[in-house]
Design a protein around this ligand. Structure first.
Ligand SMILES: Cc1ncc(COP(=O)(O)O)c(C=O)c1O
Length: 374
């Protein structure tokens, strides 16, 4: 696929493209400006041509495609009955918080993808913030940090692995330490792995938390989706994967009557993406890796900007506190670049840039940033 060819998304009610004024380049919310794999478009068109859009089941071929993807990419064997289809990962982690009893709290490593920061309030449970530490220009979650911040009441860890916005790809050893801590405290783990297929450090591999051991799996609810991987987030098809039967029963009970079905186009898109999207994924990763290196190198040279090199995700998290303006997000917006404001992630003065766009648009955005600072 020619990812250099721009696709005009204006007029499609795109959240990303309609948010800012027309002269602002949107480089914020996490979707890509690239067409989805052709097989997805073909499958959706074929399904749309059948005029009855009734309640729809996930069929065998979809379960098999998911299982085979997880085995192939992560060497993770998942049984069909562990997989629950849900309409969103955000829904999935809000459901997880509803497993806590009164008086129990949940721990959220910060900075955090903004919806994590409202989960406690939504569930009527206390949220404990766990500030990630900066180690050699990388956000890390050490055992010491967990010990320092988790109270005895903290019974659920909201892990985002790989990490958005920091781009950290947690290693097996790091995950083992985190899981060991959770085991000692008898804490549940909700592992949001929505960015797991988007590894920017070629040759490195994402380790699913639940694949560490059956004991870790027994306390883990994994959330996944084809949405970031294949750029189909508007289709609303995600999954909770829970191996422990009693945990799964509790999770399903918390969903009951609240969480709607996945829509039929979500299933169609997911199936086509997992079965036929592999070559597209390989190509888009190559393009994204090149964009990452390019953007990181350029941002590193900008005075006042300190970017982190993302090991995973198509997002660059950067410290803009030395730019010398009150509100860097507003400043760059006024200069024609729409970035995510770190304040919503719990880190005022930081910014997040989405580089999943054509190289030409990335260059234009970076140019505008550079010019803005004079
Ligand atoms: C870490 C993380 N979780 C969840 C989501 C959203 O997932 P969904 O659209 O399935 O609710 C995003 C989207 O950016 C994300 O970055």
């Amino acid at each position: 696929m020619d990812f250099d060819r721009p696709v005009d998304r204006r007029g499609t009610s795109s959240l990303k493209w309609e948010w800012f004024k027309e002269d602002v380049l949107p480089m914020w919310v996490a979707d890509m400006d690239f067409p989805a794999p052709e097989a997805v478009t073909t499958a959706l068109s074929r399904r749309a041509s059948h005029p009855v859009y009734g309640y729809t089941l996930a069929d065998d071929s979809l379960y098999e495609a998911v299982q085979s993807h997880l085995k192939r990419h992560f060497d993770w064997e998942v049984k069909r009955e562990w997989i629950l289809f849900i309409p969103g990962v955000v829904t999935g982690f809000n459901v997880a918080a509803r497993l806590l009893k009164g008086g129990e709290a949940l721990g959220v490593p910060t900075p955090a993808y903004p919806p994590f920061l409202s989960v406690g309030k939504n569930a009527g449970r206390e949220m404990v913030k766990i500030p990630l530490s900066m180690e050699n220009g990388r956000l890390a979650l050490s055992r010491e940090t967990l010990e320092a911040h988790c109270t005895p009441e903290t019974r659920l860890l909201m892990l985002c692995s790989p990490h958005n916005p920091g781009g950290t790809l947690f290693s097996r050893e790091e995950l083992e330490d985190i899981a060991a801590f959770c085991a000692e405290r008898d804490m549940l783990i909700c592992s949001d792995e929505i960015h797991a297929d988007l590894i920017m450090d070629e040759g490195k591999r994402h380790v699913p938390t639940a694949s560490l051991s059956p004991e870790v799996a027994a306390r883990t609810m994994t959330l996944r989706a084809p949405s970031k991987t294949f750029n189909i987030p508007g289709l609303g098809c995600s999954m909770a994967i829970i191996s422990d039967e009693s945990l799964r029963v509790r999770y399903k009970a918390a969903m009951d009557g609240i969480v709607p079905h996945v829509n039929l186009m979500g299933y169609e898109g997911a199936r086509a993406a997992y079965i036929h999207g592999e070559p597209w994924l390989g190509e888009v990763l190559a393009y994204l890796r090149s964009n990452r290196d390019h953007a990181y190198a350029w941002l590193s040279k900008m005075k006042g900007i300190k970017p982190l090199l993302p090991e995973a995700t198509y997002l660059i998290w950067m410290d803009a506190r030395d730019v010398g303006v009150d509100n860097p997000a507003r400043f760059f917006e006024e200069h024609g670049v729409g970035l995510s404001d770190g304040a919503y992630f719990g880190a005022p003065g930081w910014l997040r840039l989405n580089f999943a766009c054509t190289r030409a648009m990335l260059d234009e955005g970076l140019n505008r940033m550079e010019k803005a600072m004079g």
